[in-house]
Design a protein around this ligand. Structure first.
Ligand code: NAP
Length: 306
């Protein structure tokens, strides 16, 4: 069997970002600087880290960015006013509300208040509907990144059996819809699916978006399948590190140093059977910010009728 192709998300993200920088440069030359506003509520360390890297990437690509940091105690009404102001500001093309929000905030209401034209996360019902009906619009960054990765590495999905495990609004559902729109034969599995392996073994393209470390084992995978691992799970016990990375001295050292390592939803032992796979880290996760940048430039263009 041939060695599987490693779908290097870092390299593909660099390609996308380079193209976004060129597009942004052309717009700036015409007097329009695409701009992203990010709302970060409270101080959750992981969210702060994500937002900082989004803002930093905007700067690197020449995009304008602004960060709004209301305190944890902010009310839904105050956030709605903030979103309304951003909706009205001409220099803001994209609005991103970093999730999760505190429990007292009405997340659904807030996401629906973002103007669909500025909804760079693609979560607004109007954009969900556009995706459903195959119309151009803003699409959720992670599944859109997976499609971009498949396209750029010439992995054909038309006619393929694609199986998506997970049906979240953020990943699973839009992923299934994008694959369907690309003419794959799509099966969506979830926690109530009976005999999951029966479906996964039929997959030419298998997307795992579950949130459980190494859940998809080698026995569940058809040899030669394309394995797309969306999961990002931190494992903190030595037994799991030994189970998932028995011959990986680098991970063992990282675990010794930090007390945790990141594992996807697919057991790395399954990757050897595949024709192509996304590593974790360095696979799908690396693409999400690049797609956010791409969506911001796309929103800037769509809003100006381009
Ligand atoms: P989520 O909202 O928790 O959804 C998980 C999905 O997995 C649900 O649809 C659930 O089914 C399904 N599931 C759970 N246990 C299952 C089982 N035993 N068998 C079959 N299906 C099962 O998670 P998410 O937001 O979609 O994220 C999924 C993973 O992707 C997480 O690890 C997350 O960290 C990662 N992620 C990565 C990125 C990135 O940039 N790479 C972006 C977003 C998320 P039910 O619907 O029946 O409960």
């Amino acid at each position: 069997m041939q060695m599987p192709l490693v779908l290097d998300g870092v390299a593909i993200a660099a390609e996308i970002k380079a193209e976004v920088a060129i597009e942004a440069g052309e717009m700036i030359a015409r007097g329009v600087r695409p701009g992203l506003a990010v709302i970060l509520v409270g101080s959750v360390a992981a969210s702060e880290m994500y937002v900082r890297s989004k803002v930093k990437t905007c700067g690197e690509l020449g995009l304008f960015s602004e960060m709004l940091t209301p305190p944890e105690s902010v009310t839904t009404d105050e956030l709605l006013r903030m979103v309304a102001e951003l909706n009205a500001r001409a220099e803001i093309d994209g609005i991103l509300i970093q999730l999760p929000l505190p429990a007292h905030v009405d997340t659904k209401r807030l996401l629906e208040a973002v103007s669909p034209e500025k909804d760079v996360d693609g979560f607004h019902p109007v954009n969900v509907g556009r995706l459903q009906s195959g119309q151009p619009g803003l699409q959720p960054c992670t599944p859109a990144g997976v499609m971009e990765m498949l396209r750029r590495r010439e992995i054909a999905v038309a006619g393929a059996n694609a199986v998506v495990i997970g049906r979240s609004e953020i990943v699973g559902k839009p992923m299934a819809m994008l694959l369907l729109n690309a003419s794959a034969t799509v099966t969506v599995c979830h926690s109530r699916t009976r005999d999951l392996a029966r479906f996964t073994r039929e997959a030419d393209v298998l997307v795992a978006a579950i949130g459980r470390p190494g859940f998809v084992t080698a026995e569940m995978v058809r040899p030669g399948a394309v394995l797309i691992d969306v999961g990002i799970n931190r494992v903190t016990d030595a037994a799991s590190v030994q189970r998932f990375f028995p011959h990986d001295a680098g991970r063992a050292a990282a675990f010794q140093k930090r007390g945790s390592v990141v594992v996807g939803d697919i057991d790395p032992a399954a990757f050897a059977l595949s024709s192509a796979y996304t590593p974790v880290p360095g696979g799908v996760g690396a693409l999400t910010i690049a797609m956010l940048m791409s969506n911001t430039v796309k929103a800037a263009k769509l809003r100006r009728g381009a």
